[in-house]
Write a protein that binds this ligand. Structure first.
Ligand SMILES: NC(=O)c1ccc[n+]([C@@H]2O[C@H](COP(=O)([O-])OP(=O)(O)OC[C@H]3O[C@@H](n4cnc5c(N)ncnc54)[C@H](OP(=O)(O)O)[C@@H]3O)[C@@H](O)[C@H]2O)c1
Length: 299
């Protein structure tokens, strides 16, 4: 009998890597069919159609990676942030609940205020600073209220082949500018979407529930991350200047320190993601492999 796994947000940065990775732990020869939907197939803002579409395919597992992820945009569009990130999650949960489907929700380090001086555990109380963070926390609350065995995966500072992200932005700017100013007062763990997708698949496969923090190991500031990107891509002629978040003046406040402790993941599954610098090296090498002269890709 066919068992369906549905990814919502399948055309997003993480969603595309998930679609590549999930077929290994959920193979067709064990009866798994992996479906990927995005805004063209389902608009999770609409309750009735979201519930109906999920019920129609009777999935075993639903991964909700769809979100309004423009953190600064959320500040001026609070209604959309909550409709997509919180109410959207509620609608997905309602549709999944009636089929008894396992739900996985992607959440963020931005649920924390960044006042801690050591990595945040799953038990630390959220206190988001931004509209985006508040909307994602509300989404988490719906998962916890509506589902017995929902899985919430918090991750951070994502980059990968298929979306807008810091690594690609730095590589693009390095082609145009001699000096880059990068924020040096926020600390986190850059996380490669392929590594997150693999860990998520593992957690979904073993039917984990509750909250799990998943990120590449070690931490850095955006400034250090930027330096590493330039070094690994051979752009050492570009100078980087550290600046403060205040100088950058973004609309949304970010936590100054939002490293996620992944001890629970290690304890309960034996998984530890590799250091961010190793993952970044692989990512940059993968860009070179597809585009050795840097004509079309970010490199
Ligand atoms: N990026 C990060 O650094 C980061 C960090 C921590 C957690 N997360 C979480 O991880 C998840 C994946 O992030 P990502 O960076 O891969 O996001 P992304 O690239 O922005 O992908 C999200 C996808 O969801 C789609 N979408 C938006 N509104 C929708 C709706 N109403 N109905 C259905 N689909 C909709 C988007 O379509 P459009 O592009 O057409 O809008 C896009 O394809 C999100 O839940 C995010 O909150 C991200």
């Amino acid at each position: 009998m066919t068992k369906r796994l549905l990814v919502i947000g399948a055309k997003g940065m993480l969603g595309k890597d998930l679609m590549d990775v999930l077929r290994f732990p959920f193979p067709a020869d064990e009866g798994w069919e992996i479906l990927g939907w995005d805004i063209d197939e389902i608009d999770i803002q609409e309750e009735e159609s979201t519930v109906r579409k999920i019920e129609r395919i009777q999935p075993e597992i639903v991964i909700n990676a769809a979100a309004y992820t423009d953190v600064d945009g959320c500040e001026s569009n609070e209604e959309k942030a909550f409709t997509v990130n919180a109410e959207g999650m509620k609608h997905v949960a309602l549709g999944s609940r009636t089929c008894g489907a396992k739900v996985v929700y992607l959440s963020t380090d931005y649920v924390f205020d960044g006042q801690k001086k050591e990595p945040y555990s799953e038990e630390d109380p959220p206190h988001p600073l931004s509209v985006y963070g508040r909307s994602k926390w509300k989404g988490e609350q719906y998962v916890q209220e509506l589902l017995k065995d929902g899985l919430i995966i918090r991750s951070q500072w994502l980059y990968g082949r298929h979306g807008k992200n810091f690594v690609n932005a730095i590589l693009r700017q390095a082609k145009e500018k001699k000096v880059l100013s990068i924020v040096d007062d926020q600390v986190g763990s850059p996380t490669y979407t392929v590594d997150l997708a693999n860990a998520l698949s593992h957690l979904a496969r073993r039917r984990a529930q509750g909250i799990f923090h998943v990120a590449n190991s070690d931490s850095c500031t955006w400034f250090t991350f930027g330096q590493a990107i330039l070094k690994l891509s051979g752009r050492t002629e570009v100078k980087v200047v550290p600046i403060s978040s205040k100088e950058l003046g973004r609309p949304a406040a970010r936590p100054p320190y939002s490293v996620l402790s992944t001890q629970k993941l290690a304890r309960e599954t034996g998984l530890t993601l590799r250091p961010w610098s190793d993952a970044l090296r692989d990512y940059i090498q993968s860009l070179v492999a597809v585009d050795p002269v840097g004509k079309t890709s970010a490199l």
